[in-house]
Design a protein around this ligand. Structure first.
Ligand SMILES: CC(C)(COP(=O)(O)OP(=O)(O)OC[C@H]1O[C@@H](n2cnc3c(N)ncnc32)[C@H](O)[C@@H]1OP(=O)(O)O)[C@@H](O)C(=O)NCCC(=O)NCCS
Length: 186
C-alpha cells in the first residue's frame, strides 16, 4: 500500500523509491563534489541497489527506519532528486528529513517545493509534531533552504567526525507543527 503514496505539488510528484530508480539516482548521488557534505556517496549502481533494498524501509512510519521518496518533475516525468525521512525510534512524534537534488536542477526552487509538500504531508497525514534537519555547518545551500522553510537553529555541535577523516560542525534545525501552521496563517 505504501508504494502507492503520491504527494503532488505544482511542478512535482513525490513517490516512494523503487529499484528501477537506481540509474537516475546514481547519476547525481555519485557526484562527490556536489555531495561533499553527505554521509553516503555510492561508488557503483550496486551500492544504490543495496541502499534501496536494505537501507530504506518499504513501509512508512516505522520507528528507527528511513523511508525514501524520489522527486519527479511532472512535465518530463524525470527523476530529479530524493528526500529521506527518518522516523525516530522512541519519540514517534519526531522525524528527520534530508534532501538531495540532481545539480542540473539546482537554483529553481524545486527543493523548496518538494520539501514544503513533504512537511505538509508529515504534519497533516501522520500527525508529527517536530521535524528536524542535521546539516554540516559548511553546507550553505542546505542551510538557506531549511531557513527559508522556517526551521530554527536549535544546536551547534562542534567538531564531530565527518567525511575524509575530517571533523566538522553539525547544526540541528527544528520546525514545530504549531510554528508551521502559524506561518501559513500570516
Ligand atoms: C540542498 C539542495 C537540495 C538545495 O537545492 P537548491 O536548488 O539550492 O534549493 P531550491 O530548489 O530551493 O532553490 C533555491 C534557490 O534557487 C533560486 N531560484 C528559484 N527559482 C529560480 C529560477 N527560476 N532560476 C534561478 N534561480 C532560481 C532561489 O532564489 C534560491 O536561491 P538562493 O538560495 O540564493 O536564495 C542542493 O543544494 C543539494 O542537493 N545539495 C547536495 C546534497 C546535500 O548536501 N543535501 C543536504 C542534506 S542535509
Amino acid at each position: 500500500m505504501d508504494r502507492n503514496i503520491q504527494i503532488i505539488s505544482e511542478r512535482l510528484i513525490m513517490r516512494p523509491i523503487q529499484l528501477a530508480d537506481s540509474d537516475s539516482i546514481f547519476l547525481y548521488r555519485s557526484n562527490s563534489v556536489i555531495n561533499q557534505y553527505q554521509g553516503w556517496i555510492p561508488q557503483t549502481i550496486d551500492d544504490v541497489n543495496d541502499f534501496i533494498l536494505n537501507l530504506t524501509s518499504p513501509q512508512i512510519n516505522q520507528p528507527g527506519t528511513w523511508f525514501q521518496f524520489v522527486i519527479i518533475k511532472k512535465d518530463e516525468n524525470e527523476l530529479i532528486g530524493d528526500i529521506g525521512v527518518h522516523f525516530h525510534a522512541s519519540d514517534t512524534s519526531q522525524v528527520e528529513i534530508g534532501c538531495t537534488l540532481n545539480h542540473k536542477h539546482h537554483g529553481k526552487s524545486f527543493a523548496f517545493e518538494a520539501v514544503h509538500s513533504i512537511i505538509n504531508y508529515l504534519f497533516d497525514e501522520w500527525g508529527k509534531r517536530r521535524i528536524i534537519a542535521s546539516i554540516d555547518s559548511r553546507n550553505y545551500p542546505s542551510i538557506r533552504l531549511i531557513e527559508r522553510l522556517g526551521f530554527q537553529k536549535k544546536a551547534h555541535i562542534k567538531e564531530i567526525p565527518a567525511q575524509n577523516n575530517e571533523c566538522a560542525d553539525d547544526l540541528i534545525y527544528a520546525l514545530l507543527k504549531d510554528e508551521w501552521s502559524a506561518s501559513k496563517r500570516t
